[in-house]
Design a protein around this ligand. Structure first.
Ligand code: F6R
Length: 612
């Protein structure tokens, strides 16, 4: 969703701001802008549309502030209140033009605030909720920006990550957060603020993360942190482990393609040092579960959204099957609102690549409130879910920039399998079975490499299906979540209407939709239930639907009579989701590419969904 960047130091601010916004493009946005402060004036450039256009507008700008300033703020907006146009784009100025602000989140009582300001003769010019806040900050200002910000924030209901500046106090940025992430990067003689590490890593690795209700006064020399009552707070400086190159797409046509091909390495990183081959178990010390804790777990609840939830479903199956512990996966938004029964014997696992998804975060809070043991399974180090859960496992997949999640999914599944292994070995799984599973998990990178070698063949198949408008993915057992994930990948990047179904469920309704233009992607790997799925695929074929059969190596005969075949390595059922999903990612990618879609930034989508 929206991206924030702020800079104060000695270098040209507009260049750093625009570059920072470019690095956050992947989050999804529809307008962008920068404001720079120089010589007692604030200059603003903004536009509806892409960063490329903003950069051209900045270059062509006649404003001296834009070219000379060494401090400023920038923003990419994903429209919520008001259309994506120049007026609604951030940064917003107050009516006097002396204050500028960028904001992520939603000011829920903005109408009330606007009405109050209006009574004092202050009118907002945009339709946004954000502008109300900067007008309020300016209204609260006497002679100190941080005091004005805290006064204003005390009157606000909703969520925010903000950066504010005023020409009355040059050299100072004030930032604050409640519900929307803010990271401060500490460089030599300069400080960078951002909502996302991607905008900070080119400048420094030393970072401080704001917590809810923290405020910081930021200068080129450093940072002072307070709470809204102005009592000092201390936050650790942590080192960000991503390098700038890993957030660039290099020679690949798209981040998604790069990230799919990074999967063998990403999985290696996710499992490195976490398998104990001798004891046939996994070492996940971040879970902080003693053998006694493991023995006492009554149920595992996995919460997440979208792709992360699909990965959680594989985890649900693995935990029940291997550890014999009742497990359930639940959509995080549903979990938070339906007053679920949660007990202190429940282990709640929150899965989130970004660690910032609003619904998953709310589910974490609900589970903690109800006394469960809550663990996070996140990719972004220092993200809110990782910090609030306080225990869990990082994926170490490296930055995922493509909006369609690929390497995060495979690493999430790999980590869920290691979690299932740990719980299983603490409960009922014999050592030899644990050892065998360790060997298979260790082979995952190699299995994925085998699938990636079929990139050209899958590209060839994709051409035949690029003009279709509907598709169904079917699977059973461990391949049911893979069918869901395959359909999600296809619909989000190619805009083909795709549904993932349990193979048995197809004839309870959706089969009515089948005809010669509706391809079926049937997951016919060699796992229990294959014969039944094969029967379901035949039923589709009998209704003239073309079938792409995904089959295990050595079992190619299963694909006979179908239209196309994709071969994936033969492996145990719990391992199969990872290589199989990679084939489906490639299929979705090539279909979308053939349709000329904007693969890394599909329409309407945001990488990190920080609003409900
Ligand atoms: C789909 C996708 C989304 C995310 C979902 C949760 O490709 O990326 O469905 O999986 O928005 O995001 P995280 O994992 O960051 O909580």
């Amino acid at each position: 969703m929206c991206g924030i960047v702020g800079y104060v130091g000695k270098r040209n601010a507009s260049e750093i701001l625009v570059d920072g916004l470019r690095r956050m493009e992947y989050r999804g946005y529809d307008s962008a802008g920068v404001a720079c402060l120089y010589n007692g004036h604030i200059g603003v450039v903004k536009n509806a549309g892409k960063i490329k256009a903003l950069r051209e507008k900045v270059d062509a700008s006649q404003l001296v502030e834009i070219h000379q300033a060494t401090m400023g703020i920038g923003h990419t907006r994903w429209a919520t209140h008001g259309a994506p146009n120049e007026v609604n784009a951030h940064p917003h100025l107050d009516a006097s033009g002396h204050f500028a602000m960028v904001h992520n989140g939603i000011i829920e009582n903005y109408k009330e605030i606007k009405a109050g300001l209006s009574r004092h003769g202050i009118e907002c010019v945009s339709e946004t909720d954000s502008e109300a806040l900067i007008q309020l900050i300016a209204y609260c200002y006497t002679d100190n920006l941080e005091r004005a910000v805290s006064e204003a924030l005390k009157k606000v209901k909703g969520t925010y990550g903000i950066v504010v500046m005023t020409d009355r106090e040059p050299g100072k940025l004030v930032t604050a957060r409640c519900g929307s992430p803010i990271v401060i990067g500490l460089g030599a003689d300069e400080t960078v603020i951002a909502s996302d590490a991607a905008a900070i890593i080119p400048h420094t690795r030393d970072a401080m993360y704001l917590e809810d209700y923290d405020m910081a006064v930021v200068t080129g020399d450093g940072v002072q942190m307070f709470d809204l009552q102005h009592s000092p707070v201390n936050r650790e400086i942590t080192e960000m482990d991503w390098d700038a190159g890993s957030a660039e797409k290099g020679t690949h046509a798209h981040f998604m393609l790069k990230e799919m091909f990074e999967q063998p390495d990403a999985i290696r990183n996710a499992i490195r040092g976490r398998l104990d081959f001798d004891m046939g178990t996994s070492i996940l010390s971040g879970l902080d579960l003693s053998p006694r804790d493991v023995a006492q777990i009554g149920r595992v609840l996995v919460v997440g959204c979208g792709t992360s939830m699909n990965a959680g479903m594989v985890g649900e199956y693995a935990i029940e099957e291997m550890a014999g512990i009742p497990a359930e996966v639940e959509q995080a938004a549903e979990f938070r609102y339906r007053n679920p029964i949660v007990t202190p014997h429940d282990l709640v696992v929150a899965i989130s690549q970004s660690g910032e998804t609003a619904d998953t975060l709310a589910a974490v809070r609900e589970a903690k409130h109800k006394g469960a043991v809550v663990a996070g399974l996140c990719n972004v180090v220092g993200s809110t879910i990782a910090r609030e859960t306080g225990r869990g496992v990082y994926l170490h997949a490296g930055p995922e920039i493509g909006v369609a999640s690929t390497k995060a999914f495979t690493c999430q599944v790999a980590v869920m399998l290691m979690m299932a292994l740990k719980l299983a070995r603490g409960r009922r799984m014999p050592r030899h079975q644990g050892e065998e599973l360790c060997q298979w998990i260790a082979r995952l990178p190699e299995l994925v490499e085998k699938v990636l070698l079929q990139n050209d063949a899958i590209k060839g198949i994709s051409k035949k299906y690029a003009d279709k408008e509907n598709a169904f993915f079917i699977g059973r057992g461990y391949l049911y979540p893979v069918a869901l994930e395959g359909a999600l990948k296809l619909k989000e990047i190619s805009y083909i209407h795709a549904e993932g179904y349990h193979a048995a469920e197809l004839k309870h309704g959706p089969i009515a939709l089948l005809q010669e233009n509706t391809p079926i992607i049937a997951l016919l790997n060699n796992i229990p239930g294959k014969e039944k799925t094969l029967g379901n695929a035949e039923e589709c074929k009998a209704r003239k639907a073309p079938v792409i059969a995904v089959v295990s190596e050595g079992d190619e005969a299963t694909a006979e009579g179908f239209d196309d075949m994709i071969v994936v390595p033969d492996c145990p059922p719990c391992i199969a989701p990872i290589p199989t999903v990679v084939a489906l990612q490639l299929l979705a990618y090539h279909i979308a590419a053939a349709r000329g879609c904007e693969i890394d930034q599909p329409r309407n989508l945001a990488k990190s969904v920080t609003v409900e």
